[in-house]
Design a protein around this ligand. Structure first.
Ligand SMILES: Cc1cc2nc3c(=O)[nH]c(=O)nc-3n(C[C@H](O)[C@H](O)[C@H](O)COP(=O)(O)OP(=O)(O)OC[C@H]3O[C@@H](n4cnc5c(N)ncnc54)[C@H](O)[C@@H]3O)c2cc1C
Length: 413
């Protein structure tokens, strides 16, 4: 079978690229070894994090670094064997986390974030997925004055971009979320972000809409991508597909496919866990809540209250070590009346991340007809639709909605 474009990876990023291309009249085959939205794009915290101008940066203060190193901060965990291998990547991450470079990050990221809500909204309306979305922002809770002060430091930048962050009293936070217990001292409501009750459901709805537009979703192993003349070929369950262009949107697995073509990009993973719980005693939650010092987020989802953890530095395929879930569950039970675990074992996924925390969107270096949409780290669910738009605009020669140069793979040489 011949098509215009093969998209490899049906997470939120690949699915959005495929859909945006189909909307522009391209014939597209979307290939995944699983169904759409069953991996990282299923398991996240469900935030469309419009206001996330500050990245999850490498700790710059010695005290914060010690908390991570000594595993005192439940937001972070690491495996020693992974750390040794990650030293060059960590050094680059540390450098990119310098205050001046964070401002550059924010400037570049804002060019994508500015479209994040509108692009999700447009796709969700077209795909009949609006019922998954809710407004109301997200609530961040602080157990210490120092935690609140760190958050306050982010306000000026957020306000300079017209975003709303408002410090509120405990009573006001409890009025917004009456089932929370007052184990925190202060709170901040960020009103701009939206959230969803099923990130996997949203991705699947976008994939279904892509199919309605004539796109094809097929099962296949991207690991057998091959050069075919000046184009590309991949084998799927329904036979071989050939196209002049291929998009690699394989999230944490992208380098498995790119390395054999000689591409060396510093993509690593930040693992994370989730578990669902039933709420007891008729307790309700209407938006995601971050317990800053507790190092977790709870989000109301179709499967129950989803507790998601922070970052674990470990080899992508190393066995699960859900120590953060164990620690944060205790804290979360103090904050909200969580019932029994709803699943026999925790879900684990991997945030695909470059050390400068920006994604790669654009042509692959030295590979004619190959395009990349990878490395969306903590913001892939937020950015999938706008990343898909930007890439589709580049591929079809439209004027791009924003300058794609900060997201070029060439920045890594
Ligand atoms: C705990 C946690 C919480 C998060 N919370 C949020 C949040 O609240 N908001 C937010 O914006 N982001 C969040 N993220 C980040 C977000 O989930 C990711 O950035 C995003 O899902 C990445 O999407 P993707 O499409 O690049 O990758 P994926 O969703 O992983 O998709 C990659 C696809 O490639 C397929 N694939 C892999 N190898 C092959 C192969 N060889 N052949 C065929 N197919 C293959 C996989 O099956 C998969 O479907 C969170 C992540 C985690 C782990």
């Amino acid at each position: 079978m011949k098509t215009d474009t093969i998209v490899l990876g049906a997470g939120i990023v690949g699915t959005s690229v495929a859909l945006q291309l189909a909307e522009r009249g391209r014939s597209v085959v979307l290939v995944d070894r699983r169904g759409p939205g069953e991996e990282t794009s299923y398991g996240n915290a469900g935030l469309v994090e419009r206001a996330s101008l500050y990245p999850v940066a490498f700790p710059r203060k010695l005290s914060a670094l010690l908390d991570v190193a000594l595993k005192r901060n439940p937001a972070a965990n690491y495996h020693w064997d992974a750390l040794v291998r990650l030293v060059p990547w960590m050094f680059a991450y540390w450098r990119a986390s310098a205050p001046a470079r964070i401002l550059d990050y924010a400037r570049h990221m804002e060019t994508l974030l500015a479209f994040s809500l509108a692009e999700h909204d447009r796709l969700a309306r077209a795909a009949g997925a609006k019922h998954f979305f809710r407004e109301g922002g997200w609530l961040k809770l602080y157990r210490t004055q120092a935690g609140l002060q760190n958050e306050r430091n982010e306000f000026p930048l957020a306000h300079s971009y017209g975003l709303s962050a408002r410090e509120i009293e405990v009573d006001e936070a409890l009025a917004m979320e009456p089932s929370l217990r007052p184990v925190f001292r202060s709170a901040v409501i960020w009103s701009d972000p939206h959230s969803v009750s099923s990130p996997g459901g949203v991705t699947q709805a976008y994939a279904a809409h892509f199919a309605e537009l004539g796109g094809q979703v097929r099962r296949g192993d991207a690991g057998i991508l091959a050069r075919l003349g000046s184009g590309w070929a991949v084998t799927t369950d329904e036979g071989s597909v050939e196209a002049p262009e291929v998009v690699v949107a394989l999230g944490p697995w992208a380098m498995d496919v790119l390395r054999p073509f000689g591409l060396r990009l510093p993509l690593q993973v930040k693992r994370g866990y989730h578990m669902h719980y039933n709420a007891t005693g008729g307790a309700t939650l209407s938006r995601p809540v971050l317990d800053e010092e507790g190092g977790y987020v709870i989000t109301p989802m179709v499967g129950g209250i989803r507790l998601t953890t922070g970052v674990e530095f470990a080899r992508r395929d190393a066995p699960k070590s859900p120590v953060q879930l164990e620690k944060t569950e205790v804290l979360a039970r103090g904050l909200f009346p969580l019932g029994a675990r709803a699943e026999p074992e925790p879900w684990m996924g991997c945030r695909p991340a470059f050390p400068d925390m920006l994604p790669v969107l654009g042509p692959a270096p030295r590979q004619n007809g190959m395009w990349l949409a990878i490395g969306h780290q903590h913001l892939g669910f937020t950015l999938g639709p706008v990343s898909g738009r930007l890439l589709a605009e580049m591929m079809t020669g439209e004027v791009p909605c924003t300058d794609p140069r900060p997201f070029s793979a060439e920045r890594f040489g």
